[in-house]
Design a protein around this ligand. Structure first.
Ligand code: CA
Ligand code: CA
Length: 81
């Protein structure tokens, strides 16, 4: 069994940040837990339980509003590169 932290490490928070455009399926410039869940399904080839998805989302969601928003967090991603 892998905990949320291990899953986040496996996928790579940095990769998630860089992949913003692909993750934002509905084009609202925010990554919701649902969109992240879909992305993890595509990346890992298996369903990730929603609580675990939300745990990962919290690691990526720098301003803590429950979404990864394209504008504020993209700058952070640019800084990491
Ligand atoms: Ca979205
Ligand atoms: Ca946010």
């Amino acid at each position: 069994m892998m905990g949320p932290k291990e899953t986040a490490h496996l996928v790579g928070v940095r990769e998630l940040k860089i992949a913003f455009c692909e993750l934002d399926r509905n084009g609202d410039r925010e990554i919701s837990s649902t969109e992240l869940k879909d992305a993890l399904l595509a990346l890992l080839g298996e369903q990730v339980p929603l609580p675990e998805v939300e745990e990962i989302l919290r690691d990526v969601d720098l301003n803590g509003d429950g979404h990864v928003d394209f504008d504020s967090e993209r700058r952070s991603a640019a800084l990491i590169r």
